[in-house]
Every structure is written in structure tokens, then in C-alpha cells.
Design a protein around this ligand. Structure first.
Ligand SMILES: *[C@@H]1O[C@H](CO)[C@@H](O)[C@H](O)[C@H]1NC(C)=O
Ligand SMILES: *[C@@H]1O[C@H](CO)[C@@H](O)[C@H](O)[C@H]1NC(C)=O
Ligand SMILES: *[C@@H]1O[C@H](CO)[C@@H](O)[C@H](O)[C@H]1NC(C)=O
Length: 285
């Protein structure tokens, strides 16, 4: 035999050995995590399983304190609110999603995985052929927040102060505090511990416009929030007046505006020519 052929034989044999040795029982890489959610929200549970051959994954559900009554979950169950997406590659990976949660969705969710060739044999005890990982999902009634209607700021600069209000009218126990956000950023010094909270814009200007949100925090439940839109007609606050360039060079002009909802820009070109080409751009909204 040529030395090359020997090499090849060793490689092939090695590979077969590797394949044989690496047959492996199913094991969890990532198992679903318990969570508390609010009605109408969505949750997702992840399950990632390793094994050789690639394990099969199933999802099962039991009501709280009814661990004896697990039922298998299917894609499209519960009036299509349940989705199950599973991909089989080196690992088996599955995502269970449930949308528009109701209080009845509370319970124990179980990821089951197996690559045992006898896993679907009814004479086998599934407790031995399948591995399981559980997560408890608690669904709480979403708190009700009575919030101010949207506000449109007057176009004159010295309008009267604007007050944004949120009242927590129906909530589970354990309210901690509330704070305000503008365009996704917490407003400094806006925290308090009352059920009714206000944010006052003392001298409203166009750049006070935006998406405001009051957020309530709870000891053992997710945050609850309400959004109030403060709108203002857009106003151009900055632009670059001119830029002199030679032919072939590029020029940069900019326009800046405030106002909410964010404006849609259009650029127009006014053409007037004498000895040199003079191009005038106007930005408008
Ligand atoms: C919510 O606010 C509206 C108007 O501000 C009021 O009429 C209504 O009674 C409030 N609801 C509750 C539950 O406080
Ligand atoms: C919040 O409650 C206060 C005090 O009861 C009331 O004056 C105000 O109108 C309420 N605001 C909203 C938006 O419901
Ligand atoms: C506001 O509430 C929604 C729905 O419950 C939630 O998905 C979101 O994360 C909350 N945002 C904040 C900043 O609390």
C-alpha cells in the first residue's frame, strides 16, 4: 500500500470510530425558564438539546398543581395562539411561543427530548426514554392605567404648561414606583410611589414633542406602562446655508427639525444660472 492509502484508511477508520463513540444520549444545552407575564402579552420558551442522533423535541403542558395531567401541545393550538418552531441540525432547538395571553395560560410547560430509538414504543416508560425540563408561567391580569389623551402643542412658542397624567386604577399587589420616559429614555427625577402620577411640561416647545410613557414597577410582576403622544407641528431649527464646491467635488447640505411625529423630508432644487452654476436647494417639510 502507498503511504497515502494508509493515511486514508486510518482517517476513514478513525472517522467511523469517532462516529461510533460519539453516539450520545439527549442532554439539555438550554432549558426553558420560568416567567411572570401579563394578560395580552406574549411569551417564548427555548429548548436546546444535544445528542447523537439529534433528539426529537416535544412540548407538554399541565395546569398549576396538576402535574399528573400533562397534555402535549401542538403548533396552532389554543385558537392559533400557540406556535412551535423546531429546527433539527447538530442540536434540536425548539421555541414555544404563546401570544395574547389569558389567565388560563398559567401553568407548567415542559420540554421533552429523546433520541432513544424506543421512545415512541408504548410499552416503554416515557419517564425513562424522555428527558424533561420544566418552566412555570404565571399570567397576571394586566393593570389598568388611565392616561391623558394625546396632546397637540400649540404652534406659538409660549403656550400654557402641559400636564400629562397616569392613574393606576386596577392593579395587583406590590406596586413599587412609577417613572416617566420620553422617546424611550427615562426622564430624570420623575420617580414617585403614588398610584396617580403627573409630568408637567412647564414651557412647552416643539422639541418637547415626542412619545411619553409612564411606567409602573411591581415587586413580583412585570412593569406596566401607558403611552401619551405629544405632537407638535415640525419646525426647521437648523440648516447649512451654502457650500461652494468645484465641479466634481461633493457638497454636503443638511437640515434639522424638531416636531413629533418625525417629519418626512423633501429636497427641491431651484436652478438659476449665470456665469457660474449656482444651485439652490430648499429643504421643506
Ligand atoms: C379614566 O379617565 C376618564 C377621563 O379622564 C374618566 O372618565 C374615567 O372615570 C376614568 N376611569 C377610572 C377607572 O378611573
Ligand atoms: C387621575 O386622577 C386625578 C385625581 O383623582 C383626576 O383629577 C384626573 O382627572 C385623573 N386623570 C386621568 C387621566 O384619569
Ligand atoms: C411597556 O409594556 C409593553 C407591554 O406590556 C412591554 O412589552 C414593554 O416592554 C413595556 N415597556 C417598558 C419600557 O416598560
Amino acid at each position: 500500500m502507498q503511504p497515502n492509502a494508509v493515511m486514508l484508511a486510518v482517517l476513514l477508520f478513525g472517522n467511523l470510530m469517532l462516529h461510533y463513540v460519539s453516539a450520545q444520549n439527549a442532554g439539555f444545552v438550554k432549558s426553558p425558564m420560568s416567567e411572570t407575564k401579563l394578560t395580552l402579552d406574549t411569551f417564548e420558551l427555548y429548548c436546546d438539546v444535544i445528542g447523537n442522533p439529534t433528539p426529537e423535541i416535544q412540548w407538554w403542558y399541565a395546569e398549576i398543581n396538576r402535574a399528573d395531567s400533562f397534555k402535549q401541545l401542538w403548533d396552532g393550538a389554543r385558537k392559533r395562539r400557540v406556535s412551535i418552531n423546531t429546527a433539527y441540525g447538530n442540536n434540536g432547538v425548539s421555541v414555544l411561543g404563546i401570544t395574547r395571553l389569558t389567565l388560563e395560560d398559567s401553568g407548567t410547560y415542559e420540554c421533552r427530548a429523546s433520541n432513544n430509538p424506543r421512545r415512541n414504543d408504548l410499552r416503554q416508560n416515557p419517564a425513562i426514554t424522555w428527558i424533561r425540563a420544566q418552566a412555570t408561567i404565571s399570567v397576571l391580569q394586566k393593570p389598568k392605567i388611565n392616561a391623558s389623551d394625546q396632546i397637540i402643542l400649540p404652534s406659538e412658542t409660549k403656550g400654557p404648561p402641559v400636564t400629562l397624567q397616569c392613574n393606576l386604577t386596577n392593579a395587583h399587589e406590590g406596586q413599587q414606583e412609577s417613572f416617566w420616559m420620553k422617546n424611550g429614555v427615562e426622564i430624570a427625577d420623575s420617580r414617585n410611589e403614588q398610584k396617580n402620577t403627573e409630568y408637567i411640561i412647564k414651557k412647552p416647545r416643539s422639541d418637547d414633542a415626542g412619545e411619553y410613557m409612564c411606567v409602573y414597577t411591581f415587586e413580583t410582576a412585570p412593569n406596566a406602562n401607558a403611552t401619551i403622544e405629544v405632537k407638535a407641528a415640525p419646525e426647521i431649527t437648523g440648516h447649512k446655508r451654502s457650500d461652494n464646491k468645484n465641479e466634481g467635488q461633493s457638497a454636503l447640505l443638511y437640515c434639522k427639525s424638531v416636531g413629533y411625529p418625525f417629519p418626512i423630508w423633501t429636497w427641491r432644487k431651484l436652478d438659476g444660472s449665470h456665469y457660474m452654476v449656482r444651485v439652490l436647494f430648499l429643504c421643506s417639510i
